[in-house]
Write a protein that binds this ligand. Structure first.
Ligand code: PLP
Length: 206
């Protein structure tokens, strides 16, 4: 339900912000002056007070088809009514095989085995595990060095933080994964800020 523009939606205003521990957020500052988003439609969020806010980043880059898109809402509703969860350990659900086949059909040739995860962080850690297990399975178990890039972000799991190159995200957690190294980053505003398409510089750092 969408409130008329400008109309307050009191039920959407929490009366206590303490219990929720927010990631990547200065919690005390936020809770002193909360920025709450209560509803969304298309590319617009609406605050509990009814103020419209343009969603310039498609959520956290994960709502690219737009908020509240009718076909997606209907598909989620229909599936939740039919079956809300099925285990994927030793059992399967027909739609996960269909989804994998459809993804394999549009990915480049050779990329035709699909492993589903729940988040980017889980994907990053899973990719590192697959790389290690792959080399071990082909008799090259000595290939264990993982290479990331300075300034790279690969989520909040230990693997992703290890290959990630953001010092502030790693500082609290000690040595993380062993045998990780980093390539230099390619962020070069002086030379590449206004590039159209692939910048002329940076390949030498790859
Ligand atoms: C390259 C990359 N890896 C991992 C992640 C983490 O994804 P999530 O927040 O879904 O765990 C992100 C998120 O922005 C990302 O851009």
């Amino acid at each position: 339900m969408t409130a008329p523009a400008g109309a307050p939606v009191p039920s959407l205003v929490p009366n206590d912000l303490d219990a929720m521990w927010m990631p990547y957020t200065a919690n005390r500052d936020f809770k002193a002056a909360p920025r709450l988003l209560a509803e969304a439609e298309g590319m617009t969020y609406r605050t509990p007070e009814g103020r419209a806010v343009l969603d310039g980043t498609a959520g956290l880059w994960c709502v690219n088809a737009g908020h509240g898109r009718r076909q997606i809402v209907d598909a989620i509703t229909a599936q939740a009514s039919r079956m809300d969860y099925a285990p994927s350990f030793q059992m399967g659900h027909p739609l996960m095989f269909e989804a994998a086949s459809r993804i394999a059909a549009i990915t480049p040739s050779g990329l035709d085995r699909i492993f589903f995860t729940n988040s980017g962080s889980e994907s990053a850690d899973t990719a590192l595990k697959i790389a290690l297990a792959y080399h071990r399975a082909r008799g090259q178990g000595q290939r264990t060095v993982l290479i990331g890039r300075e300034r790279g972000y690969h989520g909040v799991g230990f693997g992703g933080m290890s290959v990630g190159g953001i010092g502030a995200n790693r500082r609290q957690f000690g040595s993380l994964l062993p045998k990780v190294d980093h390539l230099p980053h390619t962020h070069d505003l002086a030379r590449n800020a206004f590039s159209c398409g692939l910048p002329a510089h940076g390949a030498e750092l790859a």
